[in-house]
Design a protein around this ligand. Structure first.
Ligand code: NAP
Length: 347
């Protein structure tokens, strides 16, 4: 392999895992600090913004900006300062020794002095009957990717947060009817998003209802879905404990999941990087009690949704991405000083 393109040669200063808005922001900062970061784009290059249409709340774009455009601009900006991008996924990390060692999906290994984890979070699945078989065949986690296939259909959107509202609003452009299925009778979504969905004549709500099964086949797609409901909410949980619930099968041509995300941290399993009960990475506060992006392992930093179960905004991901790069830079300076001190000959 040509040394220019051999990402496994030498010990890297900084490797960034993930190329969503957090990874890109970290790449811009690290590259401008001459750290020559290497970015692993991962299985979903560009992250979740590539699945979004317009981003209206990212600072600096009064008319909004396309998710794809924002990501492409971020990548161009990082490359302008010589950040390197590579397709590929980090499968395993050995963080007990220095430098850290990363094992890639093609079996290669590489070493790095600092690691920024910006691997984001992936869409959660409901656990309904037949979802494995029908995912991609009328069942989807991405309305902007698959919505246009449902022109004239009746579709269900599962969830009650901002994602569910956004998915439903997008689907309303194509589908005849969009039903948001929510497990209780109060939305989690922000008022502005909830109002937009409520005001849309194509969208209706089914409260205190959950999806139990999806019917259809890979040949004909989704044809119907079985819903359970209970006036006190959380019907699936109740059905599982033997409580009587209402059960109805409705004809639909598509089902969209929008019930939140699970952080992508599998490659850190077996390491000392600390995670909360949902798998989100925990970051430390410094001696003065201020937030940092450093994880429980010195030299490993976390940015974006992988460490953020709460805000999960593009702009906050960009913010923590820049923080992670600054923290990594400070870490590398400390390492350098320690290494220099170790070589100094005492007088
Ligand atoms: P979320 O806010 O966590 O909402 C997930 C929704 O799914 C909740 O209503 C939850 O019900 C429901 N749910 C969770 N597990 C379920 C299950 N097993 N079965 C049925 N329903 C289930 O996730 P999100 O909507 O993806 O949003 C994540 C973050 O991104 C939020 O901070 C949000 O504001 C942000 N976001 C913003 C925008 C925007 O501003 N345009 C767009 C998308 C996302 P409960 O309410 O009962 O818990």
């Amino acid at each position: 392999m040509n040394k220019e393109t051999d990402t496994t040669a030498d010990v890297r200063n900084v490797v960034i895992v993930g190329s969503g808005v957090a990874g890109l922001s970290a790449a811009v900062y690290a590259a401008r600090a001459d750290l020559e970061p290497l970015v692993f784009e991962g299985p979903e290059p560009g992250g979740q913004l590539t699945l979004t249409t317009d981003v209206e709340n990212y600072l600096g774009f009064p008319e909004g900006v396309g998710g794809m455009e924002l990501i492409q601009n971020g990548k161009d900006q990082a490359e302008r300062f010589s950040a390197k991008f590579t397709h590929g996924t980090v499968e395993n990390a050995t963080l007990a020794e220095r430098p850290f060692e990363l094992e890639l999906s093609n079996g290669d290994t590489l070493q790095t002095r600092a690691l920024i984890v910006a691997s984001g979070a992936s869409a959660r699945w409901v656990g309904a009957e037949n979802e494995d078989e029908l995912m991609g065949y009328g069942l989807s986690t991405c309305a902007t990717c698959d919505g246009a296939f449902h022109r004239g259909d009746d579709v269900l959107v599962i969830g009650g947060g901002d994602s569910a509202m956004e998915e439903a609003l997008f689907l309303a452009k194509f589908a005849d009817n969009v039903t948001i299925v929510h497990r209780r009778e109060e939305l989690r979504a922000s008022e502005i998003m909830a109002d937009r969905a409520r005001d849309n004549e194509t969208i209706e709500f089914r409260w205190n209802t959950e999806l139990e099964a999806i019917h259809g086949s890979q040949e004909e797609g989704v044809t119907s879905a079985t819903l359970v409901s209970h006036p006190d909410g959380y019907p699936a949980e109740k059905a599982a404990t033997g409580v009587d619930v209402d059960r109805e099968t409705v004809d639909v041509g598509g089902v969209f999941y929008a019930i939140g995300h699970t952080p992508n941290t599998e490659f850190l399993e077996g390491t000392a990087v600390d995670r909360d009960e949902s798998g989100y990475l925990r970051t430390r506060t410094d001696d003065a009690g201020r937030a940092t992006t450093e994880t429980a392992v010195e030299g490993v930093f976390a940015a974006g949704d992988v460490a953020d179960p709460h805000y999960q905004q593009a702009v906050t991901a960009a913010g923590t991405g820049s923080m992670a790069a600054l923290d990594a830079e400070a870490h590398l300076e400390t390492l350098e000083r320690t290494e220099e001190a170790a070589f100094e000959i005492p007088l």
